[in-house]
Design a protein around this ligand. Structure first.
Ligand SMILES: Cc1ncc(COP(=O)(O)O)c(C=O)c1O
Length: 410
């Protein structure tokens, strides 16, 4: 298997040579949003500089070229996640919008009062609030697969929670807080056995490991471009074609229709049915370039690199007195995320002091408040890793933590 040469990877990321507070930046917040390689920036700039015009509208060269590049990006992304065809890829603004699309369009058309939705206790708000709102609006029950003390899902409760009343099951493939890598197979098998629709939030999976939606056999799969080296403003919803065809539109307007009279409108086929208005096509082309970049690195190599980094980080962080590390301690089932709390130091204070050293980490609830309620803490600190992260940056983090402890006399 290929391994990552982080020294040469880092040369592609101009931002990584910036100084923060006079120190070389140590960027440990890629789970929130990753940095972008020059290849992605250049792909987008090429469109703006050489061939920019709105897609799907013009019959002139710029517009036709833009449309072609947009279609190519869709095909690349389909291939990257093992989707059967480009038509199953709907472009959205982000994972949040993709999940809302399913909740609004599929949920409101096909779920009935008394039906049940099952999610998990570790969800990001993006895969929590849309189901909560839908459940309240439609008189549905919302149930949760609980966590074990190790930060895994307690699958012994699956048969009791997912029943013939369950119409939809949704879960994150990788937790953005605990780093837990969920094995989708047992959840999907149980959901299938009762005929429930399966939605997977792949926001922390697609950027970091090989994903194949057909092998997984989910019905919908959502993720964001900005966490996988792509630009902001572009996300993806994969959906099985027969479901996308059966669903009503989410947003309506230009591009998503075939015809409009004064009395009625008819809808375009998927995916355009779900892409009302001018799409973020330059961003989609940028995401296509990000997929090319990741594919050239090799997703097995990306995963192996992050596994090695997280293993090193677990080791180094466990040396720091007064540290509580959340989530599984086995790097084999842990993504490149390390969430922790330090005795007597608020995560925000820690993040502020680390920033003085040029080190960027996230502090707070990471958009997973219910999970923090379960963990019994208000806030945590999170360091997260990606293709450009090096072990010396973990060393800098640990050193920074010792310095912060000294400053705060803890
Ligand atoms: C697991 C998970 N799901 C969903 C999201 C939402 O992504 P976005 O804010 O790009 O819509 C995130 C972002 O942090 C996430 O980590």
């Amino acid at each position: 298997m290929k391994t990552l040469d982080t020294a040469s990877v880092r040369l592609d990321f101009p931002i990584l040579s910036e100084l923060v507070n006079g120190k070389p930046v140590v960027f440990l917040d890629s789970a929130a949003s990753s940095q972008k390689p020059a290849q992605v920036l250049q792909a987008m700039q090429r469109v703006y500089r050489a061939t920019y015009a709105n897609v799907h509208r013009g019959v002139y060269t710029f517009s036709e070229r833009g449309t072609e590049l947009y279609d190519q990006a869709r095909a690349k992304i389909a291939q990257f996640i093992g989707a059967p065809r480009p038509e199953t890829i709907v472009f959205t603004r982000n994972a949040t919008e993709a999940l809302n699309l399913v909740a609004y369009s599929y949920g409101r058309a096909f779920l009935r009062p008394g039906d049940e939705i099952v999610i998990t206790e570790l969800e990001h708000h993006a895969n929590f609030v849309p189901w909560m709102v839908l459940a309240k609006e439609r008189g549905l029950a919302l149930k949760f697969i609980p966590l074990t003390a190790e930060g895994m899902l307690d699958l012994s409760r699956l048969d009791e929670l997912i029943t013939p009343k369950t119409r939809l099951v949704s879960f994150a493939q990788v937790s953005n807080v605990l780093g837990t890598i969920i094995d989708p197979a047992p959840i999907i098998a149980r959901a299938r056995s009762v005929g429930a629709t399966i939605v997977v939030d792949g926001s922390q999976a697609v950027p970091h490991m090989p994903v194949n939606v057909q092998d997984m056999d989910c019905d919908f799969y959502a993720f964001s471009g900005h966490k996988m080296l792509g630009p902001t403003g572009i996300g993806v919803l994969y959906g099985k074609l027969h479901l996308l065809e059966a669903m009503p539109p989410f947003l309506t307007g230009g591009d998503m229709i075939t015809s409009v009279t004064f009395e009625r409108a008819t809808w375009n086929d998927p995916p355009l049915k779900f892409e009302a208005g001018t799409p973020s096509f330059v961003e989609a082309i940028g995401l296509g370039a990000a997929v090319d970049y990741l594919s050239a690195l090799g997703m097995d190599a990306v995963r192996a690199h992050e596994r090695a980094i997280v293993e090193y980080a677990l080791e180094r962080m466990s040396e720091v007195p007064g540290t509580r590390i959340f989530g599984p301690t086995d790097p084999a089932i842990r993504g490149g995320v390390l969430t922790f709390a330090l005795n007597g130091i608020h995560p925000h204070d820690l993040a502020t002091l680390l920033d003085r050293e040029g080190i960027a980490i996230r502090a707070g609830h990471h958009c997973a408040q219910p999970l923090h309620i379960r963990l019994g803490v208000n806030a945590t600190a999170r360091a997260s890793f990606y293709v450009y992260t090096e072990t010396r940056e973990i060393d800098a983090l640990v050193e920074g933590i010792y310095k912060a402890k000294k400053t705060l006399r803890k």
